[in-house]
Design a protein around this ligand. Structure first.
Ligand code: R5P
Length: 292
């Protein structure tokens, strides 16, 4: 039934108040479409502007990695503390409950194993499956300087094109081969190439010297990769330095799930990323939670 005419009309139109136009909180992302921004807002916390991604996709090229032998037992208890789970569709469908509220970043490149050349990847997931799984972003490995550099870059640009069509962001993961330099010059090159070619955000490694030049010269958000397991205080210090030098969060795996106390560690990482907690205080939090 239609409303009666004339009720509270002037009041409801708020003719004296202009509609606000808000900028989008993420670096370099203001011109994206609504669906893209909405998905990024599920990965990155709009209040802190940062994310704690829990990377558990290692099995796609190295099988049952230490700490990931039983994702149902070892990882599900950690999930509530992550903003985002980065994983494969196999683990997502077989182990992660569909009621999980974390944003999903789906690994969509693959095809190589630790027994062969790692950079020889292709796109390994159809866009329809990413849509079906309601993912918030698709992750593609990019091997700048690697043997299959061109192929991996084209994998990424193809996903950017397809993702743009459906409003799904692409995360470019800068992969570093065994013999590649790990310095600011290399990471500036790798991150900038990915951003120039359309990646919506980029995962890269932390380096002590010049990380701020890597984030400054990359026009889209960067998340810090965790890397091999190091002592908890060192990992918290690395995460702290990365966000203080411009990273929009972390995408950590082994330094969380291989910790002696993974649930305590992920909460300490959250404190560093979202609350700017110092490494010392975050480590104290880790120890206190570990002993509970
Ligand atoms: C990177 O190449 C893959 O996505 C890894 O499986 C994962 O991101 C590595 O995470 P982390 O180095 O923190 O264990």
């Amino acid at each position: 039934m239609p409303d009666a005419d004339g009720i509270k009309e002037a009041k409801m139109f708020h003719c004296d108040m202009l509609q606000q136009t808000q900028g989008f909180f993420l670096k370099g992302s203001n011109s994206l479409d609504w669906g893209m921004k909405n998905r990024l807002s599920r990965i990155f916390n709009p209040v802190s502007g940062r994310t704690v991604m829990l990377a558990i996709d290692h099995g796609y090229f190295q099988g049952p990695t230490t700490g990931l032998e039983r994702v149902d037992i070892n990882i599900l208890p950690l999930a509530p503390y992550a903003d985002t789970l980065m994983l494969t569709r196999g683990i997502l469908r077989s182990v992660i409950p569909p009621s999980a509220s974390q944003a999903i970043v789906l690994r969509v490149s693959g095809g190589a194993s630790i027994l062969k050349e790692l950079s020889n990847e292709e796109i390994a997931v159809d866009i329809e499956d990413s849509i079906r799984l309601n993912v918030c972003a698709m992750a593609v490995q990019v091997f700048i300087g690697g043997e299959f550099e061109r192929q991996s870059i084209i994998n990424m640009t193809k996903m950017v094109d397809i993702g743009n069509r459906y409003g799904i962001p692409t995360l470019a993961v800068t992969a570093v081969g065994k013999d590649m330099a790990r310095d600011a010059k290399y990471f500036r090159l790798a991150c900038r190439i990915c951003a120039e070619l359309g990646a919506h955000y980029i995962k890269t490694y932390y380096i002590d010297k010049g990380f701020e030049t890597v984030t400054a010269s990359c026009p889209v958000p960067i998340v810090m990769a965790g890397g091999k397991k190091i002592p908890e205080l060192d990992a918290l210090t690395m995460a702290y330095n990365a966000v203080q030098k411009g990273a929009a969060g972390v995408d950590m795996g082994r330094n969380i799930f291989q910790s002696k106390a993974p649930i305590a560690m992920i909460q300490a990482v959250r404190a560093v990323v979202h609350d700017n907690e110092t490494p010392k205080k975050a480590f104290e939090l880790y120890k206190a939670l570990k002993n509970k």
